[in-house]
Design a protein around this ligand. Sequence first.
Ligand SMILES: CC(C)(COP(=O)(O)OP(=O)(O)OC[C@H]1O[C@@H](n2cnc3c(N)ncnc32)[C@H](O)[C@@H]1OP(=O)(O)O)[C@@H](O)C(=O)NCCC(=O)NCCS
Length: 225
Amino acid sequence: MPRYEHPIVVAGTGLNAEVIASVIEGESMGTVVAFAVDRDHIKEPTMLGRPVIALEDMVVLYPPSSHCVVNSIGYNHMNRVRGRVSAFCRESGYILPGFVHPSADLSADLRYGSNLIAMQGVVVEPCTKIGDDVVLWAGCYIGHHSVLGDRIYVGPRAAVGGTVTIGDNAFIGMSASVRSKIRIGAHALVGAASFVSQDLADGAVIVPARSVILDKTSDGFTYFH
Ligand SMILES: CC(C)(COP(=O)(O)OP(=O)(O)OC[C@H]1O[C@@H](n2cnc3c(N)ncnc32)[C@H](O)[C@@H]1OP(=O)(O)O)[C@@H](O)C(=O)NCCC(=O)NCCS
């Protein structure tokens, strides 16, 4: 991804925002000038040495004619908050170029919407389509001919097979695996390390069997395989 054309306001002040701002600047891809959140979410006046401003003041302080917004807000409220903030920014006239890490391997023919966040080592195979405000966290894999809607979050190391359809606002947890040709409904929640081998309805929740903590200590495991 080329350097950003304009200085960047990062939307969000959570850990995701800190990571994304650090990576953008660490890779010398752009300059983060401020962080922006809803006024009643401001807890500290600065973050990473940059001002934290109210989204409501952003147009005046960092106008869209000379700034862009990278929306780094995570998956709280099933990605609705990120979607709402992006909608506000677009209505206010901002371009949301997203962030694609240089090590992400996105197929050349990929069609994707605005504010795509694709972190280190993401792989997206050919013939795939991705909507707006999608987050692909580090190391996840999206198989060929898959179609992802808007406001989806795919966690680290999750694997989505080929020809999978994922509805708006769905969440795919870290290290989850989705078999090929599966349809995942809108707002579905796939818990970390789940294996999805059947279609999920809108709003469905799937979790894996829980690992058990043994009533033993590691002292009894000298040579193990
Ligand atoms: C499934 C998940 C969302 C549950 O999170 P949570 O709500 O914080 O966890 P809780 O332990 O409070 O569980 C909530 C309910 O789900 C149930 N539950 C959670 N995991 C379960 C499991 N593996 N098996 C059975 N029930 C489970 C709990 O029993 C609880 O039920 P209750 O409300 O009737 O008591 C969570 O385990 C998960 O997978 N998070 C995704 C993490 C991730 O990938 N993050 C991205 C990293 S960047």
